[in-house]
Design a binder for this molecule. Structure first.
Ligand SMILES: Cc1cc2nc3c(=O)[nH]c(=O)nc-3n(C[C@H](O)[C@H](O)[C@H](O)COP(=O)(O)OP(=O)(O)OC[C@H]3O[C@@H](n4cnc5c(N)ncnc54)[C@H](O)[C@@H]3O)c2cc1C
Length: 350
């Protein structure tokens, strides 16, 4: 699949990008652990990934006049109708999604994927879709597990997937209020890198952080690993901009309000049904000078839970506490084989 303006997508058949995989060569106890825990023999070669050419992808309904109209807004190279792009934009990444996609269950896929550059282009695509009666599905990182990207199997209208990947900038950071305006298509590592470079962090780390976007987090009311300290996305998102066919909804980042029902609350978690979020004003925090991780082993799971409760009731304010059962602890604490130091070898991530 062609990368449009360096927008990286996950592979169509699994989690993560093509070419990046988990290896356990440097963890000698890992294979015996997996065999004991779930009876899987990792010494057996894994099956090959499925081939895209084995899929029966329904033909696109976005014929030349439709593509031309979209290209007039975003440019020809940013209207993509190849099978791989359309398949990648069909599902999220739940186990159910991955099983269906690998089994070739594709009753309906988007007819075209469109990559706008900014809010004006988003607005023009939304207006076009509204005028022509097309279905428009905003796409962030494609990591959801709730079926929220999936077209209706019997949808007769043209379906356009609106990929937000080109809107990925931290637009502004006000160091007095700690409010940052960030474009909705920014993925976790990208936006953190931009904030970190200035000494700040958003502090929102869902497990899907690497491949999900700020707009997706707001649209799915996401919660992260460090939400105990920094809050859920519903607390972090102070204001936003959302394109609807009638115009742009602008919610200013008010510190608090005591009037009427909250439109902001209505938009957070709306999964793309109310409009396309183009920008979010978020509360950011100074990056901590130091990070300290402490681990304790308890004789039983319930003893671990009691300790969690005691921490919660104390004045200690860890950014995350997590209790894992014996199996999960065994999985995550597999020792790596010590490496011999060599002036010419560089460390390898595993
Ligand atoms: C391995 C794994 C771990 C996960 N861990 C977590 C976790 O820790 N916490 C958590 O909350 N979730 C988690 N999830 C679920 C998922 O990552 C979240 O729902 C995430 O917020 C989705 O973001 P996304 O950018 O990938 O959105 P997408 O999957 O692309 O889209 C999700 C929905 O939001 C809409 N949408 C996306 N962008 C916009 C936009 N700009 N404007 C309007 N609508 C938009 C889409 O139309 C769709 O309805 C996990 C999923 C996986 C597969």
């Amino acid at each position: 699949m062609t990368d449009v303006e360096n927008v990286k997508h996950m592979k169509w058949w699994g989690w993560g990008v093509e070419g990046v995989a988990f290896h356990h060569d440097d963890k000698p106890n890992f294979a015996p652990f997996v065999r004991k825990a779930v009876g899987l023999d990792l010494s057996q070669p894994a099956g090959s990934p499925p081939e895209l050419s084995d899929l029966k992808v329904p033909r696109t309904k976005a014929l030349a006049p439709i593509r031309k109209a979209l290209a007039a807004v975003v440019g020809e190279a940013r209207v993509v109708v190849d099978d791989e792009a359309r398949v990648v934009h069909t599902y999220g990444k739940s186990i159910r999604d991955l099983m269906r996609i690998r089994a070739g269950v594709l009753p309906r896929v988007p007819d075209a994927v469109v990559y706008p550059a900014d809010e004006d282009e988003v607005a023009a695509v939304v207006a076009l879709a509204a005028k022509k009666g097309w279905v428009l599905i905003p796409f962030g990182g494609g990591s959801n597990i709730a079926g929220s990207l999936e077209p209706q199997p019997d949808e007769p209208r043209v379906i356009i997937s609106l990929d937000m990947g080109r809107l990925r900038l931290v637009v502004d950071l006000d160091e007095d209020s700690g409010l940052a305006r960030i474009q909705a298509g920014a993925q976790g590592p990208d936006l953190e890198a931009q904030l970190n470079a200035r000494g700040w962090t958003l502090g929102h780390f869902p497990d899907s952080f690497t491949h999900s976007t700020l707009g997706g987090w707001v649209a799915t009311r996401s919660s992260g690993m460090q939400s105990d300290k920094y809050g859920d996305i519903a607390d972090i998102a102070r204001g936003l901009r959302m394109v609807r066919p009638e115009g742009v909804v602008v919610l200013r980042p008010l510190p608090s309000t005591s009037t009427g029902p909250s439109v902001r609350e209505m938009i957070i978690g709306s999964e793309g049904r109310l409009g396309v979020i183009t920008e979010v004003t978020v509360q950011v925090h100074r990056k901590p000078a130091q990070r300290e991780v402490q681990a304790y082993f308890f004789p039983s799971f319930s003893a671990g839970l009691k300790a969690m409760q005691a921490i919660n009731e104390s004045d200690a304010k860890p950014s995350i506490t997590r209790v894992s059962d014996a199996r999960e602890s065994g999985f995550s604490s597999q020792p790596a084989r010590p490496r011999r130091a060599s002036p010419r070898s560089s460390p390898r991530a595993s």
